[in-house]
Design a protein around this ligand. Structure first.
Ligand SMILES: NC(=O)c1ccc[n+]([C@@H]2O[C@H](COP(=O)([O-])OP(=O)(O)OC[C@H]3O[C@@H](n4cnc5c(N)ncnc54)[C@H](O)[C@@H]3O)[C@@H](O)[C@H]2O)c1
Ligand SMILES: [Zn+2]
Length: 462
């Protein structure tokens, strides 16, 4: 009571594209009386019976929703069981003082005296803790909890507690990351560590040959977990191996690059590259959790940070907020929450998730034309500029150009154009672009005249 559920609940529902259902409101609707009236006229016990019936009805509907449960509803054991079976339960953290501040002016039946309120708060807390699958203090916190993303300093040291279940954990580490953070991860895993596996540094890891090596080296049973410590290359291949080994074991990602922390480790897309192209074989396999420790970025070389910054700028443009201006830890948290929400809305990439492709149609074309010599961040920086210009947002294009030092690249124009036309997002040979109506307002599947697209592409090439 007074934790802010009625304010945050509808906001969470909106971000996740699900209906918001307040159990109190359904009770009021069904009885034609307010909660306060029900308390006064029928007594608390009668209200609790109604509340329990409605809570169970709502929780067992099996339709995705964001449900707000009244403060006293957890007193009923059947409600607690329904929560554990049908819901992901987020406890909104608050102090008795904050909560009293919120409720004291209202008309709630159980919030008339500050001392009684505090006693009730303290009585109920253990019950809340027992059912909570995650904790949060704000909107981003709820989304992150729902996506299994944990962002905090030194999160790496809590790895054993965050790995799901009680089975063994196999650690898969990028060779470049191993000397920097490998030992700390093994120490954190303690007794749960079964085996440790090294992958080639960066993109070299994303091959079927590497996947095969992991498949044959792993010694996990179905209760086991794979932990990926490294950037997007590591999480992509380790996640893919987790999706396929023994027909699927759970996995956790511990991203060590900015790209990984704000993008690659979140959302459950996993893949390896083929000779024919990048990310051609993979699976959707949501990680049991993503452990984001911004401190791990301290060892990251500047060019890798720059790759991540391009995705941060992309995220800020989609979110409609200059997230690039934030301090690193908060920036990572906000960007991770944005991506998590988009992916929770569209886990299988069938619709709204396409927005994450902003600037990437052009970026992929330039990368391909450069024979993958062009760093992804530089390509995305240019791609964002092109998308913003085609959106008619010249000022934003200039801002991005400055922020990301976007410089034209030397690649073959015809090769870039051919690659763009072949982009896998193309429908019937015509590229479908993500543009913006304005910051924070993506437009999906935009088809433009080929000459217009080609002109925008040419402008990126020196
Ligand atoms: N699955 C997804 O949704 C998704 C999204 C975006 C990108 N990706 C994939 O991610 C890959 C790129 O990943 P990336 O940009 O994270 O880089 P990366 O994993 O390729 O690593 C880049 C380099 O950084 C080094 N490194 C990593 N962490 C370090 C640290 N903390 N300190 C020092 N060095 C460190 C690595 O050794 C490597 O040399 C691409 O293959 C891309 O396809 C996947
Ligand atoms: Zn990208």
């Amino acid at each position: 009571m007074g934790a802010g559920k009625s304010t945050l609940g509808p906001e969470v529902a909106e971000r996740l594209g699900r209906p918001f259902v307040s159990v109190d409101a359904v009770v009021e609707e069904q009885t034609g009386a307010t909660v306060a009236e029900l308390f006064a006229e029928r007594g608390q016990d009668a209200f609790r019976d109604l509340e329990e019936r409605v809570a169970i009805e709502v929780l067992t509907r099996r339709l995705p929703a964001v449900v707000e449960l009244g403060g006293g509803a957890l007193g009923a054991e059947p409600t607690r069981i329904a929560l554990s079976e049908h819901a992901f339960t987020v406890l909104l953290e608050t102090t008795p003082e904050e909560a009293w501040e919120r409720v004291s002016s209202g008309v709630r039946p159980l919030a008339s005296d500050p001392e009684e309120f505090r006693t009730l708060f303290e009585q109920r807390t253990p019950l809340y803790e027992a059912v909570a699958d995650g904790h949060a203090r704000d909107l981003d916190g709820v989304v992150l909890a729902a996506a299994g993303v944990h962002v905090w300093e030194c999160a790496l040291d809590g790895l054993d507690g965050l790995a799901p279940g009680a089975g063994d954990v196999a650690l898969v580490v990028d060779r470049g990351v191993e000397p920097l953070h490998g030992e700390r991860a093994r120490t954190a895993l303690g007794d749960r560590l079964s085996t440790s596996h090294l992958l080639p540094a960066g993109g070299q890891a994303k091959s079927l040959a590497q996947a095969k090596e992991l498949w044959s080296e792993l010694r996990l049973d179905r209760a086991g977990t794979i932990a990926a410590l490294g950037g997007g290359s590591t999480s992509d291949v380790a996640g893919f191996v987790a999706a396929t080994y023994l027909r699927g074991v759970s996995w956790i990602a511990v991203p060590t690059t900015l790209v990984g922390q704000v993008d690659a480790a979140i959302g459950g897309k996993t893949a390896v590259d083929l000779e024919q192209g990048k990310n051609l074989v993979g699976a959707f396999h949501w990680p049991a959790c993503v452990v984001v420790d911004p401190g791990l970025l301290e060892t990251l070389p500047p060019e890798e940070l720059q790759n991540g910054l391009a995705e941060v700028v992309k995220t800020g443009l989609l979110a409609g907020e200059p997230l690039w201006e934030l301090q690193r830890a908060e920036q990572v948290r906000r960007c991770a929450a944005f991506k998590a929400a988009v992916c929770l809305r569209d886990p299988l990439d069938r619709g709204t998730r396409e927005q994450l492709n902003l600037g990437h149609t052009f970026a992929h074309a330039l990368e391909t034309a450069s024979g993958y010599a062009l760093p992804h961040g530089r390509a995305v920086a240019l791609g964002l500029c092109a998308a913003l210009r085609l959106s008619g947002l010249e000022d934003d294009a200039r801002t991005v150009e400055e922020l990301l030092h976007a410089e034209r690249v030397r690649v073959d124009r015809d090769a870039a154009w051919a690659a763009l036309a072949l982009d896998k997002k193309a429908a019937g040979g015509r590229p479908r672009l993500v543009l913006l109506e304005a910051r924070g307002k993506p437009k999906l599947g935009v088809e433009l005249e080929p000459v217009e697209i080609r002109a925008a592409l040419d402008e990126l090439i020196a």
